[in-house]
Design a binder for this molecule. Sequence first.
Ligand code: FCA
Length: 334
Amino acid sequence: MNHKLRRLTLSAMAAAALAAPFAFHMSAQADEPLKIGFLVKMPEQAWFINEQKAATTLGQKENFSVVNIGTPDGEKVLAAIDNLGAQGAKGFVICAPDVRLGPAIQARAKRYNMKFVTVDDQLVDSTGKPLANVPHLGMSAFKIGNQVGQAISDEMKRRGWKPEEVGALRITNYELPTAKLRTDGATQSLLAGGFKKENIFDAPQKTTDDEGGFNASSPVLAQHPNIKKWVVFALNEESVLGGVRATEQLHIPSADVIGVGINGAGEAFAEFQKKEPTGFYGTIAVSSTNHGKDSTENLVEWIQKGKQPPADTQTTGKLMVRNNWQQVRQELGI
Ligand code: FCA
């Protein structure tokens, strides 16, 4: 073998040796089904359980796998993204525990070259504006709030309540833009229906669940023992249920309470199934199934086909009360 040929053979062998594991790696990846994450801030809440379930079901149908992770704080979010990166996931859907984590989440996703979309709570940048270039799917918050206010107003009229004798427990979370829009929308419709502005009392909540609603409501109710009739609203039905539980603790009769929530998930169903009606009158139901499914579909099509998801999808809701909850549930596929 002459010199030249030998060198060529050696380098060809070296190239083959180098390329072989790489080629193997590539084909192993190509054969593996796509993997994505679905991260939610409150994994125990029926709304989020439904969303994750819908994502998993879609994956089973379309041959990709979904890693469902509960991320109740910022550290858990970042650790979850690291974990997904190590598993070779190509992206994730997220409802973050704090929307101000936007830039940190974006930076971490970039490290692993992952795409991501938000569901329910839209992330913001350091100036508080929606984070650019992150597709979002969430409720049409203000309009759904309007529906809450309208439902309360209609029910007050049906019960023949005089506005001057009714107080409103407005359970608020102004750090979360979708929450503020929802309670602002409800307030607008209540006022339009003749509710007295001075009878609306704020109950700022720390967490957007039953406990958060209960803890926020108790002191406000205690401060107004002269008010005998109450309406309760918040960003979601969990918080409203907390508020309703607070009225029960003070022995305010359920006939004197009108609570209207938002979501239409397990908690509301359980309440409607109680033998006697409670102060929880109804909820604006939105399809958590569609939120989970559609946000996942958007992400997967983006990863697999390069199809950019719509920048901002806003979903609608429907009033669900004791006598129509099963029908509405079926309609929305929840
Ligand atoms: C927020 C609320 C949830 C649900 C979701 C659509 O994340 O905390 O309960 O209403 O928006």
